[in-house]
Design a protein. Structure first.
Length: 93
């Protein structure tokens, strides 16, 4: 595929996602608010984000997509799987 074809395909996907997930501004503002609440104490100089924290961010992304977009079981299943991964990452410590 040539670079222009990649750009055209990306534009199609972006349009599809907008129809499915809604306007990107409210969605990403929703995700940002959730991540700030979830990781507030870790967003500081010298603090490190862990693998378990990343699973929480991905859960918040899926929950924001549920809030801002059309119903989609995929978001529910993905969020649940990210929580199971969180459990695996934290239970083994």
């Amino acid at each position: 595929m040539k670079p222009q074809q990649h750009a055209e395909q990306a534009a199609i996907i972006l349009k599809d996602r907008a129809e499915k997930l809604g306007d990107y501004k409210p969605l990403y503002n929703n995700i940002a608010a959730r991540v700030n609440l979830s990781l507030g104490n870790k967003i500081a100089p010298g603090k490190k984000i862990t693998a378990a924290d990343i699973t929480k961010i991905l859960v918040e992304m899926k929950l924001a997509r549920i809030d801002c977009g059309k119903p989609d079981s995929d978001h529910v299943w993905d969020a649940a799987n990210y929580l199971f991964l969180f459990g695996g990452l934290t239970d083994e410590k």
